[in-house]
Every structure is written in C-alpha cells, then in structure tokens.
Design a protein around this ligand. Structure first.
Ligand SMILES: C[S@@+](CC[C@H](N)C(=O)[O-])C[C@H]1O[C@@H](n2cnc3c(N)ncnc32)[C@H](O)[C@@H]1O
Length: 338
C-alpha cells in the first residue's frame, strides 16, 4: 500500500478501478489486496476480543461487514469433512415432508456431494425408521471416486484423532479422519450409534438394512448431463460444497442442480453463499419452506461457529431482514423444471 501512496483501504480499492496500464494496474491490485489483508487481520483481532454482548449490540453489522470482506478475499478449497446426524431439524423436516406420502409409495432421493456417506446413512436410517412402509430409492453422488468408494463400504474408524486407538484398517482410519476437525460421530448418542452401526473393535459398520437401496456414483454436480443421468428426484440435498466455490461457479452449479428436482419436489441447499442462494431462489421463483426454518438455519453448530471469520461461516438468523424467508430457508419447493 505504502509504495503506491495509498493511505486508506478506500483509496487503494478505488485505485484498482482506474484505467491503469497493465503493470501499474497489477501493482495497484496487489497493493489493494495487501491493504485488505492487513485490515482483515486487525479486524479479526478486534472481533475475537469483542464481548458477546457487544457483538450482538452491533446488530451483527460489523460481523456482516467482516464476513463480506473475508468471502471476497478467501481462497476456496473443497473438504471431505462431514458428520453423522449433522443437522437434526433438517432430518425432522425431511420426515415431515415424506410423512405426507401414502404407504407403499416410492421416494427418489438424491444426495449430492455425499463425501464419506455420513449424511446419506443418517437420512436412510432416520427416514426408514420413521416410515418403514415407504420405499426409499437413494442415489449418492460425489466428484471424488476415492471418497465414493469409501462411503459405499460404510465402515468407519471409531478412533477420535490421530492419538486414538490403533485402527486395524489403515485406509478406514485415514478416510474417516480426513479433513475432520471434530469426531465424525460427535453429534450422536450411544443409543443412536447402536441403532445405526454394528460395532466391532475400533470400527463401526453401517447395518445392512440401512445400506440397502442406496446407489453410489461418481459425478459432478455442475455437469449439465447429470440431471438426465440421475432422473427426476422427489428430494435433492446439496449441502456444504457450494460455499467452497467462488460465487459465479457456485451459482451456475446451483442452477444445474435444481434441474434434478421433479416439479413439486424439494431442494435442500445449505453451506452455500447466502447471496448466491437468495439470487437464484428469487430468480427461479422457488418457494421457501418456512417450517423449522430458524431451527434448520441454526442446526449445524460448526457452520455457525465459523461466522464471520471463515468464508464458509453462516450468518446469524435475523428475522427483521426484509427478505428473511428466502434468505434463510435451506429447503425450497420447486414448482417447475427450470
Ligand atoms: C464438506 S463435504 C460435504 C459433505 C456432506 N454433504 C455434508 O454436508 O456433510 C464436500 C464434498 O463435496 C464434494 N464436491 C465438491 N465439488 C463437487 C461437485 N462439483 N460435484 C459433486 N461433489 C462435489 C467433495 O468431494 C466433498 O466430498
């Protein structure tokens, strides 16, 4: 910033937009970036030292401002981290939606970006327990073949962290731990563990009745051919991967994903830049599902804890915002194939 003579972030940022010749423009851009980094690291320190009451008192305005800058600056990266029973209110909404179906109905359900399979098995266990009379045809897709192969086995290491018990299968241990900064089972009770898994030594294997009826595929959610390959779905979940893309590709991907939902079906999409989701939802006239909206928004503690200092962090629910329903809904009913 100094070598270009910019005294403030504003000056440096405005300078980027001026018609510089190539190298000057590049230097100004780099200076603007450096300036922004310095501003952000100071702001992070301030935020971390603010008492909780003061954070709330600021009406989260300061947090929103910080989060916008963090998202602008951050390099994005995909992760495999996931949890069993990650968002309980969301499972409850799924149950309420399928509860409207008559006994014997078939429900086509698609989980995009399924990672290690924890989300898929949680849904299969929860819904089949609630409605054993329904036939759930579940497809699970991830862009990584390696993680799809691991998910399909449905065997996880119970060791928590690298210092835990020695896993008797190194591959199971490595993949279970991959990118986790917390235990993959941390949101489950002992009773739930017993109901979902067969435990043998330091490994937990998903029970056969839960695994049954799930197809595992490698695929790219952004691939325009994917909706044709998978067929129309009653319910589609696309969670916690769009936020790891820059806004433009995330928006294109989301517009592609909705093409997998059959008219009248439901799309669950979270872990995505809220501005992107709001724009697409409005533009394509999705109907937000208001049932449990706040509980679902707040239902994944790790995302809420990441705000505002992580680009993937989730802003607090604010019911005084004008566009509150569409901004915070994580589930939408889709009227027409877009
Ligand atoms: C953080 S995990 C999310 C797992 C799970 N959906 C959840 O919410 O717990 C992100 C996953 O998205 C996958 N992914 C990233 N880009 C994708 C794409 N374009 N199509 C399908 N999967 C993708 C990654 O391979 C990774 O397994």
């Amino acid at each position: 910033m100094r070598e270009q003579g910019f005294k403030t972030l504003h000056q440096a940022t405005v300078a980027i937009d001026r018609p510089f010749t190539g190298s000057l423009r590049h230097a100004a851009f780099r200076a603007g970036r450096r300036c922004l980094s310095a501003y952000l690291s100071r702001s992070r320190r301030i935020w971390n030292h603010l008492p909780a009451s003061l954070r709330r008192f600021s009406g989260d305005l300061y947090g929103r401002h910080l989060h916008a800058l963090v998202r602008f600056q951050a390099e994005r990266q995909q992760y495999f981290a996931t949890f069993f029973l990650r968002n309980r209110p969301e499972l409850e909404l799924l149950r309420r939606l399928v509860d409207q179906r008559t006994p014997g109905s078939t429900i086509n359900l698609l989980v995009l970006a399924c990672s290690k399979g924890a989300e898929v098995y949680s849904i299969a266990w929860f819904l089949r327990t609630a409605r054993p009379d329904l036939n759930f045809r579940i497809q699970a897709v991830d862009i990584s073949q390696e993680i799809v192969d691991f998910a399909k086995r449905g065997i996880y290491s119970l060791a928590n962290g690298d210092t835990g018990a020695m896993a008797n299968d190194e591959d199971v241990h490595r993949n279970t731990q991959r990118d986790q900064n917390a235990w993959i089972f941390e949101r489950m009770t002992a009773d739930e563990m017993e109901s979902l898994f067969e435990i043998q030594g330091d490994q937990a294997e998903v029970k056969p009745w839960i695994k049954q009826g799930i197809s595992w595929l490698r695929g790219d959610a952004a691939d325009p051919e994917l909706p044709g390959i998978l067929g129309p779905q009653d319910i589609v979940l696309a969670k916690n991967f769009l936020c790891h893309m820059k806004p433009s590709p995330a928006e294109r991907c989301l517009r592609n994903i909705v093409r997998t939902v059959k008219p009248g079906g439901y799309l669950f999409v979270s872990g995505v830049d809220l501005d992107v989701r709001t724009r697409v939802a409005r533009d394509l006239r999705w109907a937000p599902v208001k049932d449990l909206i706040r509980e679902i928004h707040e239902g994944d503690v790790s995302l809420r804890r990441g705000w505002p200092l992580e680009y993937w962090g989730l802003e607090p629910f604010c019911d005084t915002r004008a566009n509150c329903w569409i901004r915070y809904a994580a589930a939408f009913q889709i009227a027409d194939i877009q």
